[in-house]
Design a protein around this ligand. Structure first.
Ligand code: NAP
Length: 299
């Protein structure tokens, strides 16, 4: 039997994920807080619900992909939240990036109602969501993952079971730590080369292929050299994720000096109103500190 899927949140990520679920043939019911964002879904064959509760009443598996922990709590536990429509034996899958601790609490609340939960945050950005090639990091029971896997297959390429509830979010936050420190190391290397008077195009060409080579150097450094700071991944969302990292690390009394430094440096981007640029704009802060610009046109 094909499972009926519900989808709550049709933002940058949710919209293409929903379209891929429809393309794969799943009966789909959608809801979004801002109603204009559901435009076009009915024509594609989806049902449009009036609340998260109504989504849940029409679904066997409900997916949430909203912004932050309080937003997931609101669409699941709020007055018209999904919990009021979920039947025992159904599954709630949260694909947002939120706090591991809030995830565990949510899973426990749902378990009391006989509802299973998976945390399944994603990596791969809007491009991965459109192309159905997301990396999906899953926390929760392995058997529940197997039940949901056909839906994950419609949205993602690599689906990894990390562990119990919360561990999907732990994995996603570990991913974010590595991302921001890669960006910072790229920024310092490029600024050092520029301040030394080197041709940054040639420096990039040389170091991309060696031990310093990275996804950031391949994808972001060429944009920096062109002074193109369009996102990718927004500074504002990156900061939301680093705040989650810092809170989780604080709970464990775990020092993360590099991540803390990057969080503070990126705060300067926010102070300058650059929230909606790509996360690699952290190079601008290092440039300001060193009074130099990394520019591929300046030779
Ligand atoms: P987005 O475009 O800003 O969309 C956010 C969605 O959440 C919108 O549908 C918004 O509804 C809804 N929402 C937020 N707060 C809500 C609330 N309190 N009640 C009801 N709905 C609420 O964000 P996105 O880029 O799709 O990101 C969604 C999640 O995926 C985030 O956790 C993000 O960190 C994660 N993520 C994003 C990317 C990326 O590259 N964009 C990559 C990996 C993971 P409205 O339309 O009414 O505002």
């Amino acid at each position: 039997m094909t499972e009926r899927i519900g989808l709550i949140g049709l933002g940058i990520m949710g919209k293409p994920m929903g379209k891929n679920l429809l393309k794969a043939g799943f009966p789909l019911t959608v809801w979004n807080r801002t109603t204009s964002r559901v435009d076009g879904f009915q024509e594609l064959g989806a049902k449009v619900a009036g609340s998260p509760r109504e989504v849940a009443e029409n679904s066997d598996i409900v997916i949430t992909i909203v912004s932050d922990s309080p937003d997931v709590q609101e669409v699941v536990l709020g007055e018209n939240g999904a919990i009021h429509g979920l039947k025992a034996g159904s599954v709630l899958v949260d694909m947002s990036t939120i706090s591991p601790q809030v995830t565990r609490e949510l899973a426990a609340t749902l378990r009391d109602k006989g509802v299973d939960m998976l945390d399944a945050p994603v990596s791969g950005g809007e491009k991965g969501a459109i192309e159905g090639t997301l990396s999906i990091m899953v926390g929760g029971d392995a058997a529940v993952l197997e039940r949901v896997r056909p839906a994950f297959d419609a949205m993602g390429k690599r689906i990894v079971h990390i562990g119990a509830n919360g561990m999907g979010q732990v994995c996603k936050l570990a991913n974010q730590i590595a991302v921001v420190l890669n960006n910072l190391s790229m920024a310092e290397a490029l600024v050092f080369a520029a301040k030394s008077g080197a041709d940054v195009n040639k420096v990039l060409e040389a170091i991309q292929a060696g031990a310093a080579g990275s996804w950031a150097l391949n994808n972001y450094a060429p944009k920096i050299l062109r002074r193109d700071f369009s996102p990718g991944f927004l500074v504002s969302l990156q900061q939301k994720d680093l705040k989650l990292v810092m809170e989780a690390a604080q709970d464990m009394k775990l020092p993360l000096p590099g991540t803390a430094l990057t969080y503070e440096l990126q705060k300067s981007l926010q102070a300058q109103g650059l929230d909606r640029e790509g996360n690699f704009a952290v190079v601008k802060i290092i440039e300001q500190l060193g009074a130099v610009e990394v520019n591929g046109d300046k030779k």
